[in-house]
Design a protein around this ligand. Structure first.
Ligand code: ZN
Length: 268
């Protein structure tokens, strides 16, 4: 019998409840997983509302998606999750949902620009659009593979969205922030279009990137011990950036950077 940390179960259930309560999934849609060790995932079962899951409903599987414990049947979308973990040692949680605005972008074949708002730039990063694949099949997992290394937020054409993170709460926050970005993008389009942040404003955001996020990306994962690993892209929200400060950021640096960003925004 595998040991499952209580905190991992609690976090996973809390995220599932929030996905349902915030309307990011409907019916029995969506699935969530997190790494609890080097070769074991804790994941949601198939066919159950994310709003009414109990700890006993959660399922264990290995990194190939083979069931390893639990009384329920594993989510049929586990291949989405294993495709991500196989490519990203630094990712310890995956959230798949069908948020209305993000899915509307995915249905329209569009991606929102992350360069519109500071929060979206830092919390969501670049958004990819993966081609359509039939749910539960290798086709869907394969459609994601070209993007998982460089993106933490991926829209699935005509289907929904995937968000990844260092832990399940950060992956959830990224999904929520992605939905908010898509919602604001859609409204801005109705108002005549969004204005992008300029190069200097983006550089200043890069300077304060280190103070964002709910985890220490430079330390091994508290839960499964996975080592930190920077993805290739520098605009994904977790990637190493040439502009990112080398050491820990001090409060004074943050205040200074925030002042510079505000000054630039006001000058626009
Ligand atoms: Zn789905």
């Amino acid at each position: 019998m595998h040991h499952v940390p209580e905190q991992a179960k609690r976090d996973l259930l809390a995220v599932c409840r929030r996905l349902y309560e915030r309307g990011l999934v409907a019916g029995t849609d969506g699935n969530v997983s997190l790494r609890i060790s080097k070769d074991l995932l804790l994941a949601t079962p198939t066919g159950m509302s994310k709003g009414a899951l109990a700890a006993g409903d959660l399922v264990l599987c290995d990194l190939e998606g083979r069931p390893q414990g639990g009384t329920r049947r594993l989510t049929t979308e586990i291949k989405i999750h294993t495709a991500v973990y196989a490519a990203r040692e630094d990712v310890c949680a995956v959230v798949h949902a069908h948020p209305p605005y993000a899915t509307a972008f995915a249905v329209a074949g569009l991606t929102p620009s992350e360069n519109m708002m500071p929060e979206a730039y830092l919390a969501v990063g670049k958004v990819a659009l993966a081609p359509y694949g039939t749910p539960s099949t290798d086709e869907l997992a394969d459609s994601l593979r070209p993007f998982v290394r460089d993106y933490d937020a991926i829209l699935l054409s005509n289907h929904g969205a995937v968000a990844t993170g260092r832990d399940v709460v950060s992956a959830y926050h990224r999904m929520e922030a992605l939905e908010q970005l898509c919602r604001i993008s859609a409204i801005a389009r109705q108002l005549g279009g969004a204005r992008a942040l300029n190069k200097a404003q983006i550089e200043q955001l890069e300077a304060i990137r280190g103070v964002y996020g709910t985890h220490d990306a430079d330390a091994p994962c508290w839960n499964c011990g996975s080592p930190p690993h920077a993805p290739a892209s520098d605009a994904t929200g977790t990637g190493a950036s040439p502009l990112r400060p080398a050491g820990p950021v001090t409060e004074a640096q943050v205040r200074d950077a925030a002042r510079r960003v505000l000054r630039t925004l006001r000058a626009e």
